[in-house]
Design a binder for this molecule. Structure first.
Ligand SMILES: O=C(c1ccccc1)c1ccc(-c2nc3ccccc3n2[C@H](C(=O)NC2CCCCC2)C2CCCCC2)cc1
Length: 232
């Protein structure tokens, strides 16, 4: 049985990324807000655009802490952020949804999201994704590295130097693979399952423009940043 060992450098890399991931969190907790009150579709949409706008801002700050990211071509950095923002938002939403909450709270949260204004056809795939992320019981290092791997996807539109991004992503994948083996010794397929979620995430994010357009209300207003990122 091969001995898996995380090197000193990989340990340091993981600490930088995890600390940055935890530091760059949205200040206001959307789950708490949703558990407090029931909102109209309009209010929910406004809440979503506020949360998503600040999440994009913290995502930009987070990527500055990914070793090597700032050495990439400037335009490629933008292409990677633009290409991963919706996926990062769904990944963060899944982590918020899967957080341990007092009994009954998750059910209330699920109900509020189901009734938030998002159209029926997207509810099932979205919750299937949230639940499949929850079942993984990721530790925070795995969550931070999974988001980093998502950001460092070489085949995003308009990325020029894909090899440079691939090299960075491989560095992160190697640490994540070892971490999975060490954290889940009884589940040799855990790393493969984790990467399988990224495929599900890409599929879910593929519908993001339809999901936004189909919110049960007219006149969807977006912030300038979201117009940039969400292509709306
Ligand atoms: O349809 C959606 C969409 C949005 C953008 C692009 C494409 C699709 C779309 C996208 C996320 C969620 C979504 N799933 C959630 C799971 C748990 C908790 C909240 C969640 N949310 C929304 C939310 O605020 N997400 C935050 C979470 C932190 C990071 C930034 C985003 C609220 C918004 C108020 C109403 C109820 C759901 C619900 C729906």
């Amino acid at each position: 049985k091969e001995k898996v060992e995380i090197t000193k450098e990989q340990q340091a890399l993981m600490k930088i990324i995890t600390d940055a991931y935890n530091r760059h969190q949205i200040p206001q907790d959307v789950a708490k807000k949703l558990l407090q009150d029931q909102y109209s579709a309009e209010e929910n949409f406004l809440l979503l655009t506020e949360m998503a706008t600040s999440q994009v801002q913290v995502l930009v700050e987070f990527t500055k802490n990914i070793p090597g990211f700032l050495s990439l071509d400037r335009e490629d950095q933008i292409a990677l952020l633009k290409g991963s923002a919706v996926e990062a938002m769904f990944l963060r939403s899944a982590q918020v949804f899967s957080r341990k909450m007092p009994s009954g709270h998750t059910e209330v949260l699920e109900e509020r999201i189901r009734k938030s204004g998002i159209s029926e056809e997207f509810i099932t795939p979205m919750f299937n994704f949230y639940k499949s992320i929850g079942e993984l019981h990721m530790v925070q290092e795995e969550q931070a590295l999974l988001t980093t791997v998502t950001i460092l996807t070489p085949d995003r539109p308009y990325v020029k130097d894909q090899q440079a991004v691939e090299r960075l992503q491989e560095t992160m994948l190697d640490v994540l693979r070892k971490l999975c083996v060490l954290q889940h010794p009884q589940e040799p397929q855990y790393f493969a399952r984790l990467l399988g979620r990224l495929t599900e995430l890409r599929t879910l994010s593929h519908y993001h423009t339809e999901m936004l357009a189909s919110w049960r209300m007219n006149d969807h207003k977006f912030t300038p940043l979201l117009c940039e990122i969400w292509d709306v």
